[in-house]
Design a protein around this ligand. Structure first.
Ligand code: ADP
Ligand code: MG
Length: 696
């Protein structure tokens, strides 16, 4: 057992009870866990402020001076202790509401103290509540250190496990571990990347010598973390490519016929580029594993169909799996048009397809006469057997797990089909590299020509009349309008009230217009009925909660109004906006908020108004919320990062990925002596651990 696997119980000052608390509250079990419990910020003890420089806008500051007076104010139950601290320049009140007796005994006049706390102003006077106070010593006089601040919980504080306590534990465990911390990156790599060693960085991440050393320590540890993640992903890809041969689909006769006779429009440059990438994969002899990202409306479907034609040109079959029944139906309707033109057989298989209708599908699939199968999870069922599955397309990746993906490609025994994953949820590059780092990535970053960009504006509540006039004008011009209300998580009742109130006020404003309403509490049949009326154009306005987010396609709807827009996340706003702009007419999105807007809401609204680009929006979203909250990333262990931040460390991630590529390109099995450290690190970490940078 290594030093780092030692239970915290055995660290000086811990013992069984505190160990249990640290386990429960912070998930710290071992010495290694503690060492990797990094500070989340540092307090600046590098200088003393003069009291005339201090003001309430400053974060924590350090001052020094003498206590000039002490007062006990208030009665027994509302007592407070006020001590007056003065230096040559001014005075500040130090206030305590608790632990008064202890403090009183400690404070002596005429002695110099170091005081550290958050300045505030109370009744025109500068004060600090519950500051840290210590005798000024020769050592503290010199000052010059950054005080680490560790994540804690309330529970721990009540048990007297406070920051000071953790600091002491860190000092203790570091002292013992200096002989045990191993370097994990080869010297050449450290030099190339200008990084400091592991031991130095561990020491400086906890007790930085100064700001510069802190930055260097962070840089090193972040790099290491990202490097090992990328190394693992790239290795997975290499292993798969070596192991899984792909069918060679180089025959383009059928595709050329489609291009010549039936291609309904010129492909955009971005579509052409992606088609080339897919073609190169499919004829390479290696199994394709490609993620295709493209904003709503960027034309992914036709690219998918082109890939299907390549598979069929190679005498194989193709399958497309969508996450919901509605989406599967839409894909089927779209692709059937093309397939019929080309005389290629196609079928739809979802949960609601009757048993009697399934049988012929199963048979034709197995004897190879059915070429294209579109469907939902139903495709994964045991009875669904392909004659020769050459290509599996998966739409909306994030709703399917990796396990399901591989289940689909294991539907054949002697070879694996090529896999194309399509998603309309733009994922920032840094996130994609980490979540899908084992896939190749293609991006359609351009909309078809002639598409009119949706015009987005922000309106305050108070301009409702203006908005209503706009609705009226659009409906008079023959268009339809969505008005969307947020889901209020705390209360379904409130939810309903919001939409119903909205519905009533809209009905009052437009007494002559037929209006639809759609919300979560309605029965499915009622929802379908309302939706169908709107699709047919029988109703002009659709008042709804976010239930309309996926699946509906009404080209005649040209206005999306989002009420209480500040309550929506960025990606959700973007998805909602994607419901309009599908027809030939100019489309609009109006974001309505009240006057009180927080800084973050403001950024979200401004971003929406500024751009229609889903990737830009996703980048901003990532910066605002961090990776954990981005749609579909929650379950991913790859995001369980110790120190790197995918929202902020994009550049470093790129560098780390390049470095990992370099290492594996020249030494795929990590057998060269110069890579021994990397191999050792990988092997010393248990297989189950996702994060290969963890200490061991
Ligand atoms: P998504 O990427 O959201 O799946 P679709 O494939 O559904 O987008 O395409 C959206 C619309 O744009 C469809 O009506 C499609 O026929 C059309 N389209 C796709 N590519 C082009 C193009 N290059 N030129 C013109 N229209 C296109
Ligand atoms: Mg699509």
């Amino acid at each position: 057992m290594s030093f780092f696997d030692t239970s915290l119980e055995f660290l000086k000052g811990v013992g069984p009870q505190r160990a249990a608390l640290l386990q429960k509250e912070l998930k710290l079990f071992t010495f290694g866990d503690l060492i990797q419990h990094y500070p989340f910020r540092y307090e600046d003890r590098t200088r003393f402020y003069n009291l005339n420089e201090v003001n309430e806008l400053m974060p924590f500051v350090q001052v020094k001076g003498k206590i000039t007076d002490i007062e006990l104010i208030g009665d027994k139950f509302k007592r407070r202790l006020v001590a007056y601290l003065a230096d040559e320049y001014g005075e500040i009140e130090l206030v305590w509401f608790q632990g008064i007796n202890g403090i009183m005994q400690k404070l002596k006049p005429t002695i110099n103290y170091v005081v550290f706390g958050k300045p505030s102003v109370f009744g025109n006077k500068l004060q600090m509540a519950h500051p840290e106070i210590e005798l000024l010593t020769e050592k503290s006089e010199k000052g010059g250190y950054l005080q680490p601040v560790y994540p804690l919980s309330e529970k721990l504080r009540t048990k007297y496990i406070d920051n000071k306590f953790i600091v002491r534990l860190q000092q203790e465990v570091l002292k013992g571990s200096l002989n045990h911390i191993r370097e994990t990156l080869p010297t050449a790599l450290l030099q190339q990347q200008n990084l400091i060693g592991k031991k130095k960085s561990i020491i400086n991440i906890h007790f930085p010598k100064n700001q510069e050393w802190l930055l260097r320590a962070q840089q090193r540890l972040k790099f290491e973390e990202l490097f090992f993640i990328q190394l693992r992903l790239i290795k997975m890809k290499l292993v798969r490519q070596g192991k899984f041969k792909g069918l060679v689909f180089g025959d383009t006769v059928i595709l050329t016929r489609f291009y010549k006779e039936h291609l309904p429009f010129d492909l955009t440059e971005a579509q052409k580029k992606v088609v080339r990438e897919i073609y190169a994969d499919m004829k390479s002899g290696k199994q394709m594993n490609r993620l295709l990202q493209g904003d709503v409306g960027s034309g992914k479907t036709i690219v998918g169909f082109i890939a299907i034609l390549l598979a069929i040109g190679g005498d194989a079959q193709a399958a497309l799996m969508a996450p919901t029944e509605i989406l599967a139906q839409q894909h089927y309707a779209n692709l059937k048009k093309y397939a019929d033109l080309m005389g290629i057989s196609i079928a739809l298989l979802t949960g609601s397809v009757k048993k009697s209708a399934r049988k012929p599908i199963h048979e034709q699939l197995e004897n190879g006469t059915l070429k294209i199968l579109i469907g939902t999870h139903a495709l994964l069922e045991e009875e669904v057997k392909f004659n020769k599955l050459g290509l599996a397309i998966i739409d909306e990746q994030h709703r399917f797990g990796v396990a399901q993906r591989s289940k689909l490609w294991q539907k054949t025994t002697d070879f694996y089909p090529h896999v194309l994953v399509m998603t309309a949820t733009p994922i920032p590059r840094t996130l994609a590299m980490t979540l899908y780092g084992d896939l190749e990535i293609s991006v359609i970053d351009e909309l078809p020509k002639g598409r009119k960009p949706i015009k987005t504006t922000h309106q305050f509540d108070s301009h409702r009349l203006k908005v209503n006039a706009f609705i009226k004008a659009q409906v008079d011009a023959g268009r339809q309008v969505y008005i969307v209300y947020p889901l209020i998580e705390e209360s379904e009742k409130l939810d309903l009230k919001h939409v119903m109130d909205g519905y009533e006020s809209i009905a009052r404003a437009f007494p002559d217009l037929p209006i639809s309403i759609l919300h979560g509490q309605m029965k499915p049949e009622a929802k379908d009925f309302e939706m169908a009326r709107f699709v047919k154009g029988e109703t002009k306005i659709m008042v709804a909660t976010t239930v309309i987010e996926v699946g509906v396609d009404v080209p005649n709807a040209s206005v999306m109004i989002i009420e209480s827009a500040q309550r929506f996340g960025l990606s959700q706003l973007h998805q909602l906006r994607g419901r309009v702009g599908r027809g030939a007419e100019q489309s609009y999105c109006i974001l309505i908020t009240d006057h009180k807007l927080g800084a973050e809401s403001k950024t979200r609204i401004e971003t929406m108004v500024r751009t229609n680009n889903g990737f830009e929006i996703a980048e901003t979203d990532l910066k605002l919320r961090g990776p954990g909250d981005i749609m579909g990333t929650q379950q991913s262990g790859a995001l369980d990062l110790l120190i790197a931040d995918l929202g902020k460390d994009g550049e470093l991630l790129k560098t780390a990925r390049e470095a990992a590529h370099q290492v594996l390109d020249s030494d795929p099995l990590l057998q060269q002596p110069e890579n021994a450290m990397i191999l050792m690190q990988i092997e010393s970490i248990k297989k189950a651990a996702v994060n290969w940078s963890r200490i061991s």
